[in-house]
Design a protein around this ligand. Sequence first.
Ligand SMILES: [Zn+2]
Length: 94
Amino acid sequence: MQAAVGQNTWHMDDAGSAPLSPSLSARARQAAAIVGKPGSYKICEGCDSIVTRRVVICPNCSGYRFNTRRKAVIDQARILGSREPTGVTAEDML
Ligand SMILES: [Zn+2]
């Protein structure tokens, strides 16, 4: 009954497509949205959170200094989007 183990196991061929955790896919979706519209976001210099341009005070740390450079926003979104809160990564499957 274990004949299916191998290349065709759906959950192992691509870590990016695996439903590892709802929070990861939500993060990944949010990161994709931010990367698509970096001009609508900025980075808190106090806690590195990405917040919308409209906020004046960071909701996380009450900071008021922000980095509005688009490249920095994109880089940070990619970092946050790829971070795996449960610690289950592709490395665990090697
Ligand atoms: Zn902050």
